[in-house]
Design a protein around this ligand. Sequence first.
Ligand code: GLU
Length: 481
Amino acid sequence: MSIVRTRIAPSPTGIAHIGTAYMALFNYAFAHKHGGEFIVRIEDTDRKRFVEGAEQVIYDALYWLNIPHTEGADIGGPYSPYRQSERLRMYTKAAQELVDKGHAYYCFCDAQTLDAMRTEQQARKEIPRYDRRCLHLSAQEIERKLANGEPHVIRMKMPDNEIISWNDLIRGFVEINTKELDDQVLMKSDGFPTYHLGVVVDDHDMKITHVIRGEEWISSTPKHILLYQYFGWELPQFAHMPLLRNPDKTKMSKRKNDVSIPFYKEKGYIADALRNYLCLLGWSHPQEKDIFSLDEFISAFTMERMQKTGPVFDIAKLNWMNGKYIREVLTMDELMRELQSFLPSDFPKELLPQIVPLVRDRLVTLADIESLTDFFYRNLPLTKEALIPKKTTVEEAKQFLQVAIEQLEKFDEKDWVATDMETAVRNACDARGWNRGAFFMTLRVGVTGKTVTPPLFDTIQVLGKEKTLKRLHHAMGILAA
Ligand code: GLU
């Protein structure tokens, strides 16, 4: 048995797509499960869609998600080059071999001719396809046109009525009749191969044993299988993964969901949480676990557990997963490290170990840190209305603050302990028969400027005596105005 080798073959067309990470994760897991290698090849032959710098964005995203490859266009490897634009002579040679063997032919039809052909076929209610007029050119004609430098492509000569089948590792037995297939262009007039020729030549040259890719390529697989046969090469195994979908079941796209991996990084998703979430799209853990490490995924992963229907990429579920990682999976140290790049410049770093435990349960993403902690280091604007809860008068609110101030003043800096302060303040409230809800609301707003905060006295403890009392006096002033 040859060593398992899998790959992804993204095209550098702009963004590092979630779908690329999804394919990478399953290819990586499959390879590692079998002690094999995972490779990143760059399919950059569509020069119209090529975007400078896009390749690096893909590597960065994969490294961030901890899905490393051992061979690739960035790091090289035994089957270099791994970038299609650097492999053109291999495709030219392969295409020539197919022409020589009679499995491919030169086509000199220009865009206008092809358009007219399509229009006529549609008018006759036929499926548009190339009508093979160039297949019948004589050897002399072809030679003359080539010598004249006439623009041309090379097309695959599709068998007329042949059933091509394979055992898909996810979908089982699949068969497609070649009569449904057009005479596929293999070499374009710009001298670059199409995807179909490139992918077969590369997967063969790079000794890929398992082609694990999206279901949108199913209808291309018969063409690829025929090419392997024409070249006399051993076939890889195929597995066609389900396509990720939007909640409305349409194909996951930019319009409905954010699909770029750096977007999730910048929004404060934990790489491992996103990775864990992707594992659960179309696959489930044999013990129904939600949370598991990459290593555990590798050992539990089997193709048999893959579903065929497109799983929904649901941001609400990802948020749940991210919160779970923040609350339960990361250690406090790991969380603090992750938070570093999300802290605003005025965040008091020395207070991080005290502040984080107070807001940890409410962080959905790391970027929430600012909005959940701003009152610790910023004096937020206060309004009179906010200090006066429902069914409370201004006078009552003032008394609430006055009593709280009196109680808190009794505590020295060294005795500034949440539980003790809470008992004292609560007793003072109860002794006066006040409504606790209203009393603590005025106090909370007075201290923080917000109606929703972490536990009030823990907050007061972190703020310290000076800041707390200063804010309460300031609130008194607002009520008095
Ligand atoms: N370049 C193709 C893509 O962007 C690769 C498909 C394949 O894995 O064969 O999806």
